[in-house]
Every structure is written in C-alpha cells, then in structure tokens.
Design a protein. Sequence first.
Length: 276
Amino acid sequence: MQQTGSKSLRLRCFLAAGALALANAANAGTLSGGVFNISFDHPDDLLSGLTLGDGALTGYYVANYFDKPVADTMDASQMVTVPTGSYPAPATLSFEINPSSLAGTGIPFGSGGRNNKATTLAWDSSQDALANASSFTASGVAGLNGVVMTRGSFTGTLLSGDYQFGYVAARNNGVNSGWALTNNVSFASTTFDTRNISVTTDGDKLLFTGELWWSASTSAFLFGGDGLSQAGRAGSFSLVSPAPAAVPVPAAAWLFGSGLFGAIAAVSRKRAALSV
C-alpha cells in the first residue's frame, strides 16, 4: 500500500514538472519571420564621417542590393559580375528573416559562397516590455536573407550579407552592446557591432532597434584601423517581427478623394463661366 502511494506521489511530481515545463515553453518568445532593416548614414559615401587610418580606402559605396527574391536565385560568383546599379539599393535595405529550418526552402546555404543561417532566436517571456534594453538576453540567432554589394577605390567587388544577428558576450565592452551582425558570404566575419539598442517584446512579437558601428576587424580591413578601434558609425537598424503588413488605402479615402476632386472641378467650371 505504501509502495503504491509512493508511485502515485512520484507520478504527480512528474506530471507537475511536465506541466511547468510546458508552461515555461509556452511563455517563451520565439522569433518567427519578420524583417531586419539597415539604413546606412551615407550609402553613396560609406567613408563619410569615419576615422580613417593609413592605407584606408579613398572611395567606398553601396553598389547594389540583392533582396530575397533576387538573392535566392544567385550565388556569390554571379553577384560579383553584376554591373553597379543593376539592382539599385533603396534607402532602407530590408533583409527577410529566415525560417527555423532552411531545408526545402530554396534559400541558398552551404554552397556557392552563400551560407544563410536558420533562425533560432528565443527569449523568456519575463522580458516582455523591458524598461532597460541592455538587460535583454536571448539564445540563438536571427538568420537574414539578402546581400549588399560594395565597390570603391579597389579592384573587384565586396559582398556582405547572409548575416546572422545574435548576442556575443565577448563583444559587450560597455560601449558595444554585444549584439552583432556576422557576414556569411564566402567567409564568416563580424561586420557590425551595435550600440544604444532598444528592445520591446510581447509574446512572440519583437521590436529591436539601435545603431550599427563598423567592427574593429572591418575597420582594420577597409579603413586603415589598428584592429582594436572602430572607425565610426555606419547607420541604424531595426528588427521587426512579425513584419508590418502593407496598409491599403481604405475605399472611403478613395471616395473622399474622388468627391473632393469633383468638387474642385465644379468650382473651377463655375469660375470659368463667371469670367466669360
């Protein structure tokens, strides 16, 4: 009898633990879809406002931007042959966030110089409506689909993209937040660090904004840096999940517009008749 009671107690404890685990899983936020936007401060002159060292480039600019529909059809060797301006870069570069698995999606990864990453970013729901963004913690990364082409005072073409956005504790130095963008086209390298971040979460919804700064390694490679210092700010970013839906113009607005146009036309005709 006592043995049966002991089994029953263990079973209840097991079920309680399972229920708690399920509750915690249900309360966790998971990144699923959305868009990561990059706005360069000076896309036509990426050197503007930077601290340049010996051997720095004398010209550097955004030449093309391959968003998801285009990027999914090309490998790196094809991209570098595209003439400047064939895919004009908009003011805001929008990278689509990859799904949690790239299998069967048609998204390039692991070949042809393209190494897109799956999205695994997740956080605990206790961080909803954070008052202090610097305390935001999450595991995993956001995989981003899109590639930026840059050209300048050098022979050839530089590609940067297929980024992963995630937290790297070693990059948190009290100035940089630790959240960084790592390039995955042809080779892996942290291109940007971030500063002055702001985070808002609500369940699986996430709004993440901040400044992008050229990393020390990128600064050394392009801007004549010492490998320890950063050349300066590159621009700003926002991660929005889910992606905002396009807002259609309401039918009432069209009716109002057509009515207003009709009224203006009627006034014009009346003025014309009076002048005659």
